[in-house]
Design a protein around this ligand. Structure first.
Ligand code: AMP
Length: 407
């Protein structure tokens, strides 16, 4: 069975074609809409010559991807692809699970209004439906895994009508990743997920934590948008909301400018003045740059506070699970975060922590009350699995498990 996974970002297209567990082809197009777009791709794990050409929009990008799958000999016809799984950032309030793409997904007005920056997801869907009208397509929502969060955790203390009329509430993101690492983590620990309380830490350029009780998410750090929660590469995370009107007044900023400031100029980049890439900041911190050192401290502290809070609401934690760029590849940052958690019983094994770079591994000390794991995330693989599950449910007459969430 060939499953194509498509992930359209605002100016990028990432795809993987899975044949069972195997990645037959994968590609990344960047700078779509610009004068020159970059396209790199792999076929059976071997890199092809990169292409540099103007790709004006996502529809053209999907066409180019298909042309390359054909000319590289991966498929003979677009109809060889059995299903397409799309990453969709926002499912809005109605989707608690991945769903077969039909009118209900394509006309998901609330989600499209709530996530104007993720319109590209829908452009990718439209282009694929047009190109492969007979091929089943599935939307896998970043928000779906978080739909088990109870009202007390997802409701903001604004006038109630903002929840009912505008659907303003916590949705959470990176759900596919949190779900994958929670399930893999349980396997690595050798225990059923229904008997575990886990805190999953997706720490990359964007970062979020999730509190997972017996396999179900009960809270997460991102909110209505992916700006909330812990400090990120260039996003500020949680701040006093009164700061926003205050700085708008002081610096004469409009709404767009303040959004840009909080999303693109803050976080590790804003604090350090160096980069949004943690590797650079760690390097400078080691060279005694005090702003870089402060940025690392603020980052670790913001994560420690969420872990403490989730440990409390879970009623105890069995394991912390680190994933994504920083979580998988930065022993230094894992050490900094865990150093502040001795009070709840977290103790790393320094040698295991150092060794665990981009591989699945347990890294806690024998005496640690809370286990600590590193699990590389596999969002594309998970989207392919979810796509398969939804198709199977349809074939067996179960249909996609779509529940309307009561608002
Ligand atoms: P992601 O968004 O999951 O692709 O993660 C990307 C981020 O991971 C980069 O911007 C870096 O900040 C971070 N990262 C990747 N490798 C390392 C590393 N070896 N040490 C520290 N941070 C890293």
């Amino acid at each position: 069975m060939l499953i194509l996974v498509v992930n359209c970002g605002s100016s990028s297209l990432k795809y993987t074609l899975f044949q069972g567990e195997k990645e037959r082809a994968a590609g990344l197009m960047e700078k779509l809409g610009g004068p020159v777009s970059d396209y790199t791709r792999l076929v059976d794990g071997i890199g092809k010559d990169p292409l540099r050409l103007a790709v004006p929009n996502h529809e053209q990008a999907i066409h180019l991807m298909m042309d390359c799958l054909l000319t590289d000999g991966v498929i003979r016809d677009a109809r060889d692809i059995n299903a397409v799984g799309h990453r969709v950032a926002h499912g809005g309030p109605d989707f608690t699970d991945a769903a077969l793409i039909g009118e209900r997904v394509r006309n998901n007005r609330i989600a499209r209004e709530l996530a104007p920056l993720h319109q590209a997801n829908y452009e990718g869907i439209e282009a694929c439906v047009k190109m492969m009208p007979a091929t089943p397509q599935v939307a896998v929502f970043d928000t779906a895994f978080h739909q088990t969060i109870p009202p007390k955790a997802y409701t903001y203390a604004l006038p109630y009508r903002f929840l009912t009329e505008h659907k303003i509430r916590k949705y959470g993101f990176h759900g596919t990743s949190h779900k994958y690492v929670a399930e893999r983590g349980a396997r690595l620990l050798g225990r059923p997920i229904r008997k575990l309380n886990l805190i999953t830490l997706h720490l990359g350029n964007g970062s979020s934590l999730a509190a997972v009780r017996r396999g179900q998410c009960v809270d997460t750090s991102m909110g209505l948008t992916p700006l909330a929660g812990v400090v990120m590469g260039s996003r500020c995370g949680d701040i006093d909301p009164a700061i926003v009107p205050y700085i708008m007044g002081r610096e004469n900023l409009d709404v767009k400018q303040v959004e840009q400031l909080m999303n693109k100029e803050s976080g590790i980049l804003g604090l350090s003045g160096i980069s949004n890439d943690l590797r650079e900041v760690i390097k400078q911190a080691k060279a005694s740059n005090t702003r870089a050192q402060l940025a690392l401290e603020v980052l670790a502290y913001s994560i420690q506070k969420y872990i403490g809070a989730y440990h409390a609401i879970l009623g105890g934690t069995d394991a912390l699970i680190f994933t994504a760029g920083i979580g998988e590849k930065s022993p230094e940052m894992r050490k900094n975060i865990c150093a502040g958690l001795a009070g709840i019983g977290v103790k790393l094994d320094p040698s295991k922590n150092r060794k665990a770079v981009a591989c699945e591994m347990l890294i806690h000390d024998k005496k640690s009350r809370i286990k600590v794991a590193v699990i590389p995330t596999r969002e594309e693989y998970m989207i392919a699995q979810e796509t398969k599950r939804i198709l199977k449910a349809r074939q067996t007459g179960g249909g996609a498990r779509i529940k309307k969430v009561d608002k």
